[in-house]
Design a binder for this molecule. Sequence first.
Ligand SMILES: [Zn+2]
Ligand SMILES: [Zn+2]
Length: 253
Amino acid sequence: MIFTFLGTGTSQGVPLIGCTCEVCTSEDSRDKRLRSSLLVESDGRTFVIDTGPDFRQQMLRENVKRLDAVIFTHEHRDHLAGFDDIRAFNFILKRKMDVYASQNVERAIRREFPYIFDGSNYPGIPEINLHRIDNDKFSIDATEFTPIEVMHLKLPVLGFRMGGLTYITDASFISEKEKQKVKGSRVLVLNALRREPHVSHFTLQQAIDLAKELGADKTYFTHISHQLGLHAAVQKELPENIFLAYDGLKLEV
Ligand SMILES: [Zn+2]
Ligand SMILES: [Zn+2]
């Protein structure tokens, strides 16, 4: 399976509009972070986890010509706002897009994009097949997804284990039971927002501690704020086999 980080930034992305800090003005391409999303290529199929506000730009950058399904972690805008642009794939593939969403996410899609459901069939609107997911394993063709339910303050968010990789974003707490599902992953992707405490995201230190506890061969951090610091400087501080992800990074697992 090939995994590509489409975006590794927190909700406002990096750089922030109008910010003049050293990260937001950095010329290192690894300090430019679109909103968090992951491209998954498995068994001849292409999937995307979340469609944030930068979805269109991410599909163009990675030259994605075929998308078989969208899987959602949760309904926050930075993970959902670009959803309308899946219609490009309706036109290319001449079929509805399969969308895997929890009850909460489905409710948000119906609220944010009501024209998909209003029966008007206005030409060019997205066409979708909704598939309800919860905390049980599911498969899309030959690819199995094991959800990991994590907490984003009080909001349940789904992480996903796919083969040897587990992708977790927007977590501030993971129960012991859910941690068991992550153990044995060769690669773990985990959110690490910044150094200072935050109510709904792991800090850098919390993410490092959890990475060590979960024991994947390699751990990559995502959903990063400009407040974390320069990519190159932060990477130097990290323990062995722990890395900051960056936009465009590809992993074969
Ligand atoms: Zn987020
Ligand atoms: Zn900044």
